[in-house]
Design a protein around this ligand. Structure first.
Ligand code: AMP
Ligand code: MG
Length: 645
């Protein structure tokens, strides 16, 4: 079988040049639509105002229309007396008489100014008594008056070709009396997923199937650009199947396929594209991370792209190569993704020789924004939806220093600034606390970086609260010893921790498990609290247990669930983890020692309203009830109390 190898990767600019010079990226005609259907559409010809807004000079306040010069010198002590005209000018009706010198006339907000008046004194500064009004404050000419055309002038270009219509713009169009607008036609995009492993969300998952993530994500991303995107279906990794969908896709303006770009044996997709289309593939393989195997091609100037299957690679490559094309077909001049300046919160090593896109979370720290690279591989699906944006690292840059200035390209228009930034170790108990907090009106943002990373974030002022469960290997005491100066520890809850195994082995203690070399362990990763505890307990065993004698000691899993899954699926026979994971996978469990999960707070944030509310959530009956309903959680009397700091 012919296998693709990636020897000569193009750099991003070369790939773009080759792709763009072989496709048509212009707009696809125009159409007239009702203004109300114009939301999000792109204007194809300038729109000029045919009237002035406002169409006449009008009062901006309820009060008295006057000639400003008649009020000069007026103040509370020396009010000026003006003769009141009998008229009362209302919004929507014209003034009948001109204002005479030395007179004032009642006028409402929005009503037209009478001839001879050039200012309005607010009703609050006037005293009316039989036929006279006392003005207690002078006004200057034009005060409280909006002049004809002050907002929009007749003949002014209000919207230029290429502007995308927002809801506020609909208001402006209404103000100038426009009912229909001329907009660019929207490009039609066909989206196809490929892979034998893919199932439609909603269908049952069986065997080695996974749900198709990319099609919905890409259809959504195309719609966000302003295109009409349709999902044509999932194709098997089979040439005939792909050909069938691809021939239907040829009716569309843009074709986006995902999966099957790599050099793997089952990846037939890029071959079909090359054989069926003309000229076919232009670029296969770009020096980027993630997304290296991306395929850029064309069929009679029509863009055809095969995005890598890994969802993160897929969306990053969409943003890099496809989004600019769709936007320009929609008539949008350039990709105006918002950027913000931030400091990189950790040292980040980049991949050698690759132009890298690092999805990142952004939080507001003391004085500046901090970017946290999302610690996910390109196979992860949650990375990009929780990320605020990405940092771009040029091909020749090896690493970004901690605290180095970076530009973050935002995935949405703005960074939401939550009330509570929670950075630390992930726990469903903490999640329950934060959802009660959100019912109380406080928005939170969770970044899972583990206990140690959470403490660092507290010290740097990036986190308001961190969930921690660190055990001191010498004393066996949780968390307290890790609280540096400036940090406080708030009591959380305990999680039952123990040995998980499949039914029927009959063992009762850790000693039993380690002394049977037929029983294969799945260990936790070095540095995790569970691993520290496990190693401590091994040292405590009577004859000082030898690690190398434990089958599987070197095989590690990164979470409680991963340990439980390995045991349940018989890839291992036993492991250490929390009870809730054992229960979820139907495993037997023997308690060894509860793990203490507490909350670290920077002392300077403790009085912050949202943090105080979080502490009050911890102490609440609702939280206790929710945590106790979870398997293997223990709530101590002093939950929510400050333990130290
Ligand atoms: P491929 O690009 O086909 O080699 O796929 C690379 C990885 O992405 C594999 O783990 C696939 O299972 C996964 N993948 C491919 N297509 C999709 C999709 N539409 N949704 C979710 N994962 C996918
Ligand atoms: Mg595949």
């Amino acid at each position: 079988m012919r296998q693709k190898e990636f020897h000569d990767l193009l750099c991003v600019d070369e790939a773009k040049e080759k792709f763009y010079s072989n496709i048509f990226r212009g707009t696809l005609g125009t159409e007239r639509v009702d203004v109300i259907d114009g939301l999000g559409r792109v204007i194809s010809s300038d729109i000029m105002a045919r009237i002035d807004v406002p169409p006449f000079a009008r009062s901006q306040r309820d009060g008295y229309a006057v000639a400003a010069s008649d009020t000069f010198g007026a103040d509370e002590e020396m009010p000026v007396k003006l003769k009141l005209s009998g008229e009362n000018i209302q919004a929507g009706s014209e003034a009948e008489n001109a204002l005479e010198s030395g007179c004032a006339v009642r006028i409402a907000t929005g009503a037209p100014m009478p001839r001879g008046a050039n200012a309005v004194v607010m009703v609050e500064y006037c005293n009316e008594c039989t036929g006279i009004v006392e003005v207690q404050s002078c006004v200057h000419p034009n005060e409280n008056v909006m002049h004809t055309g002050e907002d929009v002038m007749q003949g002014e270009v209000v919207f230029r070709r290429g502007a995308r219509i927002s809801s506020c713009d609909l208001g402006v169009l209404a103000a100038i009396g426009v009912t229909e607008i001329e907009v660019f036609s929207r490009p039609r995009v066909a989206v196809i997923s490929t892979g034998n492993e893919l199932a439609e969300p909603g269908d049952e998952l069986f065997g080695a199937k996974i749900y198709d993530v990319n099609s919905r994500m890409i259809v959504g991303a195309c719609r966000e650009c302003g295109a009409i995107a349709s999902f044509l279906g999932i194709s098997k990794d089979d040439e005939k199947d792909i050909e069938k969908l691809l021939s239907r896709a040829l009716e569309y303006d843009v074709i986006i396929i995902s999966g099957g770009t790599s050099a793997g044996a089952g990846d037939v997709c890029y071959r079909v594209v090359d054989e069926m289309l003309s000229p076919g593939i232009l670029v296969h393989g770009v020096a980027v991370k993630p997304g290296k195997p991306v395929v850029l091609g064309a069929h009679n100037k029509k863009p055809v792209v095969v995005l890598p299957g890994f969802p993160t690679s897929c969306i990053v490559m969409f943003n890099l190569f496809v989004k600019p094309v769709i936007l320009s077909m929609c008539g949008v001049k350039e990709d105006v993704s918002a950027r913000i300046k931030a400091k990189c919160a950790v040292r980040y090593c980049s991949s050698q020789g690759k132009h890298e896109f690092v999805l990142s979370n952004v939080v507001k720290g003391d004085g500046s924004y901090f970017a946290y690279p999302v610690p996910k591989t390109s196979g992860a699906v949650t990375g990009f939806s929780s990320a605020d944006g990405y940092i771009e690292i040029a091909q020749d840059v090896e690493y970004i220093e901690k605290d180095e200035d970076v530009d973050v390209v935002l995935l949405s228009d703005d960074v939401t600034v939550p009330d509570v930034v929670f950075i630390g170790s992930q726990c469903m108990g903490a999640d329950a606390g934060l959802s009660i907090l959100s019912k109380r009106g406080y928005l939170s943002r969770v970044i899972n970086v583990g206990s140690t990373g959470g403490i660092g974030a507290c010290l740097r002022g990036e986190a308001d609260v961190s969930g921690v469960h660190l055990i001191d290997a010498k004393s066996g005491v949780y968390n307290v010893g890790f609280m540096d100066e400036g940090l406080m520890l708030v009591r959380g809850y305990r999680r039952r921790q123990g040995i998980m195994f499949r039914r029927g082995c009959g063992y009762k203690s850790l000693g039993d498990f380690v002394s049977d070399d037929k029983m294969r362990l799945i260990n936790r990763n070095g540095g995790s609290g569970t691993r520290v505890l496990f190693d401590m307990l091994l040292d405590e065993l009577k004859d000082g247990c030898r690690r190398e004698k434990i089958a599987g000691y070197d095989v590690e899993a990164k979470s409680h669930n991963a340990v439980a899954c390995a045991v349940a699926s018989k890839k291992a026979d036993w492991g250490i983890g929390i009870y809730s994971a054992a229960k979820m996978y139907g495993l037997e469990f023997i308690d060894i020692r509860d793990e203490e999960y507490d909350f670290c707070v920077p002392a300077g944030r403790f009085q912050k309203k949202s943090v105080q509310e979080f502490v009050s959530v911890l102490k609440s009956g609702e939280f206790k009830k929710r945590v106790l309903a979870m398997d293997g959680f223990v709530v101590p009397e002093d939950i929510g109390d400050v333990v130290c700091g």
